[in-house]
Design a protein around this ligand. Structure first.
Ligand SMILES: Cc1ncc(COP(=O)(O)O)c(C=O)c1O
Length: 504
């Protein structure tokens, strides 16, 4: 380890991982007669017999294990994990930021957490008001008119947005067939457009990594329903010609859809509505710091202009003249319901708590995210190759081009980072950067964490140059080393079968 890394990690915290240990599967700890609870024998008459068809049957081969073994097993597993609570988690495009604990406290208040979704409106005024307030604040931040909170993820928000565009075009008697999407877009964009019944046409980015106006002009016909543009795009670059882009799209009667998953880079600084954007989804689990854990629950609200508002999913939350709140289910042009009830309500509470904590200083979120990404960029420039050198917003995309000369690829670098105690960055995405290493530190990271990450990345680059084998054989400190990822994806074995023993 270089002196530089030693100094940096000592100044912060040395996050290199210790040697791995073998943690058997919980099934392998099972032993006949072990039980996970201890209750005294029943010495009173049984009050209510459980009907036979509802009683649990003993399953042959069921795991029998004591409570203390269960507690230790899962605690040990959790220590093998990488988490945002341990350190910087540079997974580009995912915005893995710290989730303030106050938000958790607020979301657990019984008035919110125990509210029944079928409770009548008279006793649900507080929960409805919170949803209404969140809608208002998101409308203010986006500069758009109305917002639906229903979608459960960014991708579902995209689908909702494109369905609203389709409904508006159909209503105006001008249905169209195609959606334009740049080659730097997130994979969910073409999937959502296709799901909504559109053909997708891909637009090639220019040398700056942004949308090429000539390419757009040529593709933007009167058969195009919308351009789906990620702002800033997945290279972390702002579409600096957005006003001209909006003009070209609107001139042909199309809609400008903004994938606002990266809103964390300009929230509180600029308003998408003022840029000519008609419809935009946001990811509460990215910009507004609601947890991602285990894939969700996410929340992907969609903001729209006044002209798209009639098509919002129903029901909408409305405030009546007397100040009370109600659900409006009678919207005739609505695209309908996207999911049960109001959406992932707990996420609304956390997001509103987060936004309220900043108040009108919310632009600090964006400034911090941009500053941190550029700090990492400056610390690694010259060490890793940067294909597009336009200014970075919230993330920076390097490539493995320099290290590939020694046979070391992005995957190897990502694996080696785990030995240094960091979750790997996103690799091989966006597709337009060969060997991409997509790094997003987020605004909640302090300087020591950024310095430790930069030092680790520099050290790996040195290793790749002087001793590539150490990187190629990484990780060295995880219980499972290299897995055959292609075989694992093609031959998905998710079940442990006792008769076959342990699956590795
Ligand atoms: C740019 C972009 N668009 C869309 C999505 C999809 O969001 P979700 O994963 O919530 O469906 C993401 C997710 O990270 C994203 O980064």
């Amino acid at each position: 380890m270089s002196v530089e890394l030693e100094e940096k990690t000592a100044a912060s915290d040395d996050r290199r991982r210790p040697e791995p240990w073998h943690e058997p599967l919980v099934f392998e700890r099972s032993g006949a007669g072990k039980i996970g609870y201890s209750l005294p024998p029943l010495d009173v008459p049984e009050a209510l017999a459980i009907p036979e068809n509802l009683t649990r049957r003993e399953i042959e081969g069921e795991t029998e294990i004591s409570e203390v073994e269960v507690a230790r097993h899962f605690t040990r597993l959790s220590r093998l994990n990488f988490s945002i609570d341990e350190g910087l988690y540079p997974l580009g495009s995912c915005t893995m930021k710290h989730n303030p604990r106050t938000n958790e406290e607020v979301a657990r208040l019984p008035g919110f957490a125990a509210a029944h979704p079928l409770a009548p409106e008279e006793v649900s005024q507080g929960t409805l008001e919170l949803a209404w307030r969140l809608e208002k604040v998101l409308a203010e931040l986006t500069g758009l008119s109305r917002v639906t909170l229903q979608p459960s993820a960014g991708a579902q928000g995209e689908l909702a947005g494109i369905l609203m565009v389709r409904a508006a075009l159909a209503k105006s008697g001008n249905p169209r067939t195609t959606v334009l999407i740049p080659d730097s877009a997130h994979g969910t964009n073409p999937a959502s457009a296709h799901f909504a019944g559109y053909k997708v046409r891909e637009l090639k980015s220019n040398a700056r990594g942004t949308l090429d106006l000539h390419v757009l002009e040529e593709a933007m016909t009167e058969d195009v329903a919308a351009l789906m543009l990620t702002v800033p795009n997945t290279l972390g670059i702002f579409e600096n010609q957005i006003l001209e882009i909006a003009r070209l799209v609107h001139a042909k009667g199309g809609y400008l859809y903004c994938d606002g998953a990266n809103f964390n880079s300009f929230v509180g600084v600029a308003k998408p509505g003022l840029m000519g954007i008609d419809v935009m989804h946001m990811n509460l689990h990215k910009t507004f710091s609601t947890p991602h854990g285990g894939g969700g629950p996410g929340s992907g609200p969609v903001a729209v202009t006044e002209s798209l508002a009639p098509f919002l999913p129903r029901p909408t939350v409305e405030r009546l003249a007397d100040g009370t709140f109600t659900l409006d289910d009678g919207r005739p042009d609505s695209i309908g319901r996207l999911r049960t009830f109001l959406g992932n309500y707990g996420m609304f509470v956390r997001a509103l708590a987060y936004i309220s904590a900043y108040g009108n200083r919310i632009g600090e979120v964006a400034r911090g995210a941009v500053l941190n990404a550029n700090y990492i960029r400056a610390g690694l420039t010259g060490v890793y190759h940067l294909k597009y050198d336009a200014p970075s917003m919230h993330e920076v995309v390097f490539s493995d081009k320099k290290q590939a000369e020694r046979g070391v690829r992005g995957m190897d670098i990502a694996k080696r980072l785990m030995d240094y105690g960091f979750h790997p960055p996103t690799i091989s995405f966006p597709l337009i950067v060969h060997g991409a290493l997509m790094i997003e530190p987020t605004e909640t990271e302090g300087k020591p964490g950024l310095d430790a990450f930069i030092a680790a990345m520099r050290e790996i680059a040195r290793e790749a140059e002087e001793d590539p084998e150490i990187v190629l054989r990484a990780p060295h400190t995880t219980p499972v080393r290299r897995v055959d990822e292609v075989a694992a994806a093609r031959n998905l074995v998710l079940r442990w079968r006792p008769e076959e023993g342990r699956k590795t």
